[in-house]
Design a protein around this ligand. Structure first.
Ligand code: GLY
Length: 349
């Protein structure tokens, strides 16, 4: 079991390891002000882990209620958020009470945004049960819901009080979701650590899961501590995401999953940057082989023009320029500001 302390606007621990959930009540009891909490979880995860967590917390003196919503991306919506606000109000949740987000990225984002906004902010704890949430979304305080105009367009920065990542929960994760999380793991290797990249590229990551999660979270810690509010360095976490989001959007969010779209986005931007001489090292071959080894895609049947069009209204765009994240070499990312015309050339020529 390992502990990483994130020193952001609010300091908190991320506890990572096998069996962490069994000690959840102790960890949670140490950081929360009141003994009243609401577990927010979906109908896949709550029956597996929620019932037990609730019992454990109640045995430790917590008054616990649960808000369980239908699983799936479509639940990261203002409708479900409004239902959650209504539930919190009906339960008389006060400013000193809390929310526990138990589940994957959708749950963490939804519950985190409810915690950021309900009564102008209440405490929350993240208990991520998917690989993607354990290595990325549960740490760093980005919370959001989707609106019809786009994904994650309404959100807030709100750091959790604690993150409990029990690696045992990954054993109940279907392979497709595990592979999806690996897309973000490869990203951490590409942007920050050749050592992590090589570990993932070896291909037997399930034997090194805790080590990989700890490395990813530690990278995120350093990035978030440097740039909590996404004004500079944190943008490197979006490596592969601008084209990844464009792929998801072109496929109406019914095609490649997020992590797989990011995998393709990383490869496309890296090979384009190589072709245009923006990077000197030839790294796209190594990236491609690492993606293949980890059952991740690196190409998609969408015209480059379409990808360009669907990527220029990305949140990361500033006026007539766009910030593109490019890895000069494995383990080092740069933020390259390009005029839209230059970006178009990069993607389409
Ligand atoms: N998932 C990207 C970030 O937290 O900034």
């Amino acid at each position: 079991m390992q502990k990483i302390t994130v020193k952001a606007s609010q300091s908190y621990d991320v506890i990572i390891g096998s069996g962490v959930l069994g000690s959840a009540a102790g960890y949670i009891g140490d950081v929360l002000r009141s003994r009243r909490t609401v577990i927010v979880s979906d109908d896949n995860v709550f029956p597996i882990y929620g019932t037990k967590l609730k019992e454990t917390l109640e045995k430790s003196g917590f008054a616990v209620s649960e808000f369980v919503f239908p699983h799936g991306d479509q639940s990261k919506s203002h409708e479900v958020l409004l239902n959650l606000y209504g539930f919190l109000a009906a339960q008389n949740i006060t400013r000193s009470d809390s929310i526990i987000a138990l589940g994957g990225g959708v749950t963490g984002d939804l519950a985190g945004f409810a915690a950021a906004s309900y009564l102008r902010g209440i405490d929350y704890v993240q208990i991520p049960t998917s690989l993607l949430a354990q290595i990325d979304s549960s740490v760093g305080g980005k919370t959001a819901v989707d609106i019809p105009a786009g994904k994650n367009l309404v959100g807030a920065f709100k750091q959790p009080k604690l993150v409990l990542a029990d690696t045992d929960t990954l054993s109940t994760l279907p392979d497709v979701f595990f592979d999806d999380g690996m897309g973000e793991a490869v990203k951490y290797g590409m942007i920050w650590s050749e050592e992590l990249f090589d570990l993932i590229a070896e291909g037997n990551i399930k034997d090194h899961l805790e080590e990989m999660i700890v490395k990813c979270v530690d990278i995120k810690r350093e990035v978030v501590e440097t740039d909590e509010y996404d004004k500079g360095l944190r943008m490197i976490l979006n490596f592969g995401h601008t084209l990844g989001h464009a792929i998801e959007k072109t496929q109406n969010f019914c095609g490649l999953s997020h992590g797989k779209a990011v995998a393709v986005g990383m490869y496309l931007i890296t090979s384009a940057a190589e072709k245009h001489g923006i990077i000197k090292d030839s790294i796209s071959g190594k990236l491609r082989s690492c993606l293949e080894t980890n059952k991740l895609p690196w190409s998609v049947d969408i015209p480059a023009e379409t990808l360009f069009e669907n990527s220029i209204n990305d949140k990361k765009r500033f006026s007539d320029d766009i910030n593109v994240i490019i890895c000069q070499t494995i383990g080092k990312a740069d933020i390259v500001k390009l005029p839209i015309s230059g970006y178009k050339k990069l993607i389409t020529e």
